[in-house]
Design a protein. Structure first.
Length: 224
């Protein structure tokens, strides 16, 4: 059966790894809701890959949803909620309003809007919702208040969605620590547990995003 996979933040890190794996699969059409395309994605066939420029922090998700509506029909749909902001990594007393707005838009609001749009418009499709979560959703880390709380929020949002829409599938998946820019910016930040994160890199504990993408795509049964 034809599959359309919608991925946020698909230009680098884990999001790009999902695209790299999915490009090798037949009957799979990928839609990237991202701020940019990677160099290799510029060359991808429009039969397999569509880039819809989306700045998740700028409240322009409605335009992207209109474009999705023109693209999707009765195929199986997968939504991979991948894009996420971890910065600023600072104490709560130092948080400013602009940072709260950015985290809420990227990590929470856009996810809620895309999920609501798909549930409303594709009732008779098979829809699989995949939230790329984090251990931080369930473990408080000093100076990570915005990230931890936003990850916890979407985990609960998906759990509630699952109770309302039992005909669809919902997954909250913690990918584990991976070798991406997010880990680099964590290591460069100032917070009490930073040495622990530096040790993940020194001890070779960071996972390759391609391996993580394959594991998750197996879990949701897009690949075997
Ligand atoms: N890396 C880890 O160790 C780790 C651990 C646990 C969970 N996770 C989760 O795994 C997922 C992927 O993380 P990653 O490590 O691949 O992160 P990453 O390397 O920092 O990539 C983040 C992605 O989000 C996009 N993004 C950020 N702000 C955006 C905005 N305003 N509008 C549109 N896109 C935006 C980025 O696009 P730009 O290039 O345009 O900024 C990028 O594609 C995230 O949900 C993260 O919370 C990661």
């Amino acid at each position: 059966m034809k599959k359309t996979v919608i991925i946020t933040g698909a230009n680098r890190g884990l999001g790009k790894a999902f695209v790299d794996v999915l490009m090798t699969i037949d009957d799979c059409f990928i839609i990237s809701l991202s701020r940019s395309v990677s160099k290799d994605q510029e060359e991808f066939s429009s039969k397999k890959f569509q880039f819809i420029k989306t700045v998740l922090s700028k409240n322009d998700i409605q335009n992207s949803l209109k474009m999705l509506k023109n693209t999707i029909s009765n195929e199986a749909i997968y939504f991979i909620n991948n894009a996420s902001l971890i910065e600023p990594i600072i104490k709560i007393e130092d948080i400013d309003e602009a940072s709260i707005d950015d985290i809420l838009s990227v990590n929470i609001k856009s996810t809620m809007l895309i999920t609501s749009f798909l549930l409303k418009n594709y009732d008779s499709n098979q829809v699989t919702f995949v939230n790329i979560s984090s251990g931080a959703a369930n473990r408080p880390i000093s100076n990570w208040s915005l990230y931890c709380s936003s990850k916890a929020c979407i985990e609960m949002f998906f759990k509630v969605a699952e109770t309302e829409y039992q005909q669809h599938r919902f997954f909250n998946i913690n990918p584990g620590v991976m070798d991406t820019n997010m880990q680099k910016s964590i290591r460069e930040s100032d917070f009490p547990d930073v040495e622990n994160f530096k040790s993940f890199q020194k001890e070779g504990k960071l996972k390759n995003p391609i391996d993580v993408a394959k594991d998750i795509l197996k879990t949701i049964q897009i690949i075997e």
